[in-house]
Design a protein. Structure first.
Length: 305
């Protein structure tokens, strides 16, 4: 997820109530049992952690926030991957890029929502500011090289797909409201995730724990918002499980605490507060901690505090 340096957008408000989920993009060969096993060495054991994804994994902070973010210093952005690494006592390589789509993740030059390019522009976050780790090419290329060089990697996490929906909203006359457009974008997400997971499992030969983090809703009291987010999450989860991966429930992580505030994660303090009293779509430190706990729970470790 990426906010293009101004303006707040809804997370996944694509109105999917009553819309059937699309089928899995393709058949996937069965993985050996070890693919879904607990991380080698157990919580706190030796190993490394590779975090992949968009601006949520990056720990993105909008320019309106107070204090203002320093985009020249990537270490100043702390997201759930850093919380997970601390809880599991492992080193993290966070390769995420704000604005990454499932297509730009592995296809050079593909349209992103502000990672390496933006709609109508060749400029993106990566062309202006440093990421947590430095690499040329796609995030996929970095991931494959990393996994080959770090055979002791015991955890790979990924959150991606929301920016695909944002692009659909920005490039269609009805803001991606029709069932046909919705199904098309979800099918594309599933097909791209299939390609990404195939490379991770069968090119890099990674057989460790693979965890996909699902997206939270910006309003648990808005049926259309909830239905849209759940549809996206279902598409992500179905492909992840076919590759022996596990799903960390980011949706539920925010739902419980938000219930005490009328279903608003903003009021619950889980999103970044802005000077005008509203919230940005990205998680606050408290929100990142909840997302990290969801991942650590499926990884079998102790929840970060």
């Amino acid at each position: 997820m990426h906010l293009r340096m101004g303006g707040v957008r809804r997370l996944i408000g694509i109105g999917l109530a009553g819309t059937a989920m699309v089928a899995a993009a393709s058949l996937v060969p069965a993985l050996p049992a070890s693919a879904s096993a607990a991380p080698a060495g157990g919580p706190g054991g030796f190993g490394t952690y590779l975090a992949l994804g968009d601006s949520v994994a990056f720990g993105y902070v909008p320019p309106q926030a107070v204090p203002a973010p320093d985009y020249s210093d990537p270490s100043s952005f702390v997201g759930y991957p850093e919380d997970v690494a601390r809880a599991l006592h492992i080193r993290v390589a966070n390769a995420s890029c704000p604005g990454e789509t499932t297509a730009s993740f592995f296809i050079p030059g593909a349209q992103s929502n502000g990672c390496e390019n933006s709609l109508g522009s060749s400029t993106g976050y990566r062309t202006l500011y440093p990421l947590h780790v430095s690499y040329r090419g796609t995030q996929m290329q970095y991931a494959l090289k990393y996994l080959v060089l770090h055979r002791q990697t015991r955890l790979v996490t990924i959150n991606i797909g929301a920016n695909d929906v944002f692009l659909c909203q920005e490039t269609t006359a009805d803001a991606c409201a029709s069932p046909a457009e919705v199904q098309a974008v979800l099918k594309e997400i599933q097909a791209n995730l299939t390609a990404i997971y195939t490379k991770i499992r069968y090119v890099a030969h990674y057989r460790g724990l693979l965890v996909a983090l699902t997206y939270y809703s910006l309003s648990y009291s808005d049926p259309a918002e909830v239905a849209g987010t759940e549809a996206l999450n279902s598409a992500i989860a179905s492909v992840t499980e076919k590759f022996g991966g596990k799903v960390a429930d980011g949706f539920a992580a925010f739902e419980g605490p938000s219930a005490a505030f009328g279903g608003s994660p903003c009021a619950a303090g889980l999103l970044i507060k802005l000077p005008d009293g509203t919230c940005n779509i990205h998680p606050s430190p408290a929100g990142h901690l909840l997302l990290a706990r969801a991942i650590v729970e499926v990884a079998g470790g102790r929840a970060p505090k």
